[in-house]
Design a protein around this ligand. Sequence first.
Ligand code: SF4
Length: 357
Amino acid sequence: MTKKIELDLKKRLSNEDALYLIKNASLLELSQLASAKKLEFHPEKLTTFIVDRNINYTNVCWVDCKFCAFYRHKKDEDSYVLKFDEIDKKIDELLAIGGTQILFQGGVHPNLKIDYYEDLVNHIHTKYPQITIHGFSSIEIAFIAKVSKISKLEVLKRLQAKGLSSVPGAGAEILSDRVRDIIAPKKMDTQEWLEVHRTAHNIGMKTTATMMFGTVETDEEIIEHWEHLRKLQDETGGFRAFIMWSFQGENTKLLEEHPEIKPQSSNRYLKLLAVARLYLDNFVNLQSSWVTQGSYIGQMALKFGANDLGSTMMEENVVKAAGAVNRMNQDEMIRLIKDIGEFPAKRDTAYNIIERF
Ligand code: SF4
């Protein structure tokens, strides 16, 4: 087996190769292969993280994804839309710990139009020009366009003009319409998700790509997901990173409807991460998802292709609502990275190094 993979690694991994690896390769083999690939991109063994904060400006959402435990409807008692001064307070707290980015996402509120979002981004960017606004997933962008009766391109351009820096890859889940129809039937389809990212890339706005696995998808559909991402990255080069995590089922309708869905093992996470590193040969950065996997597997992920620990995560409401409560601060990140013989560094949204430790 190892010989076959070594030969295949000299050229771009095919879908068949990727499937073969998922089904047949051992963890040890995958770790060796993914580490070699990672070293091609990161020969200096620098492992990065960012100090940022998730701000969920609203939990009101009409999309009703079955895997989501975060959203509420407008009439629900605990629904909210943050006021500007509440957002400011959160950013002040972030600045106090040396943070540089807000990951700014809803809910897809049924009534908020482009003017609201322009005011919001403008307010933050004017008051906190030193903070990078990484915000609004493709479903939010698409819905703002629809409800405001303008194109997605116009939404992106207008928000970019007000200070939106980049768009996170949320909402990709698995880019296979069979899976999407089961887990989030009201959400955009695969092509529309790709279209929003392509449109952003075409106006010079970088984005990230994500994957949530562990619901009803097959291995083939995971590869279909990667294939869409690799193709778009070939076309635009606009993805800064790939981030994957496993479905967190607690409090979700999906688990109620599909009790056969089982939690994904750490082995499965590490295996898929390693194959992603090999298949996505045009992605420089792969994040470890310690928020869902815990700090030990988060550290192990660095041996399976990840070169970035993501965020110190001052606040994370969406995954927390579904049961993942891991927390890691900067000192612990630095220790975990040093413990495996790599060099920690704090980065900004664009992966520029800000500080080495
Ligand atoms: S995942 Fe996002 S779009 Fe889907 S229901 Fe939750 S908040 Fe809404």
